[in-house]
Ligand binder design. Structure first.
Ligand SMILES: C[S@@+](CC[C@H](N)C(=O)[O-])C[C@H]1O[C@@H](n2cnc3c(N)ncnc32)[C@H](O)[C@@H]1O
Length: 240
């Protein structure tokens, strides 16, 4: 892929021309970065999400296939014309895809990281409003839906992550603190009457269910990823 990028050719060209010898400084530099453990997506400066290309660099989390389940759930569940906020938009992959797949929605995307917002601005169409914000602090308007893939890894688990993740992806995108649920709890504090679709971490289902109950939310839907791990939870206010 790196050679194909640098030659400006498709991967099939590289595979079909094994006899061709390529020696260029940029290819060696890219190979060295990869050999040192840097994720391929940062070296290439792009990745694919939901069938589209997104610009990425080390200011944003690399979009993951599991997050496509969150987007599919949102496309399916959110009613026509709703106001939706994507909290912690990172590369903008969720907000941009939602806006393209559901042009009837009004989509706002927030992040606390100015670097992430700079990357997202390349990936997000003008129709999506990007806002620098600590969660929903500073918003006065209400939303119908909150979608978020928040940082959810307990801080103590960071050391055991693959070096590609631990040493390269932004800390603020990975962990919210010791329990892993700190940002989720704050989102529920701020959610008002909005319904909420969250990506959750491995083994976090019960903790998030308890947090939701404590914040007077019911679990409306829980979807597994391809490995059978509960990955996306839909919450709505319990009737009081
Ligand atoms: C797990 S990443 C998700 C990025 C992207 N939505 C995705 O799914 O690939 C979490 C994002 O939340 C952002 N974030 C962390 N704490 C935040 C906060 N208090 N307010 C807003 N965004 C926050 C991080 O900067 C990061 O971009």
């Amino acid at each position: 892929m790196l050679i194909a990028d640098l030659l400006g050719r498709p991967v099939s060209y590289v595979l079909a021309h094994g006899e061709q010898v390529v020696h260029t400084a940029p290819i060696h530099a890219a190979m060295r970065r990869r050999a040192a453990g840097e994720p391929l997506q940062y070296i290439r400066g792009k990745t694919e999400f939901f069938g589209r290309e997104f610009r990425v660099d080390d200011r944003v989390l690399i979009p993951r296939p599991e997050t496509e389940i969150l987007v599919e759930t949102a496309i399916e569940r959110i009613e026509r014309g709703a106001r939706v906020v994507d909290i912690g938009t990172g590369s903008g992959c969720i907000a941009a895809t939602l806006a393209l797949e559901r042009p009837d929605l009004r989509v706002i995307a927030t992040d606390v990281s100015i670097g992430a917002l700079a990357v997202a601005s390349h990936n997000i169409a003008k129709r999506v409003t990007l806002v620098a914000s600590d969660l929903l602090a500073g918003f006065v308007e209400d939303f119908d839906w909150i979608v978020s893939n928040p940082p959810y890894i307990p801080a103590g688990d960071l050391e055991s992550l693959a070096p590609e993740v631990r040493d390269y992806e932004p800390r603020v995108a990975l962990t919210p603190g010791p329990s892993g649920t700190e940002v989720i709890a704050r989102i529920l504090d701020q959610a008002g009457r909005a319904r909420v679709i969250l990506e959750i971490g491995f083994g976090q289902g019960d903790a998030v269910r308890d947090l939701a109950a404590a914040h007077h939310f019911n679990v409306d839907d829980l979807r597994n990823d391809l490995a059978g791990i509960p990955r996306v939870i839909v919450l709505q206010r319990s009737r009081s």
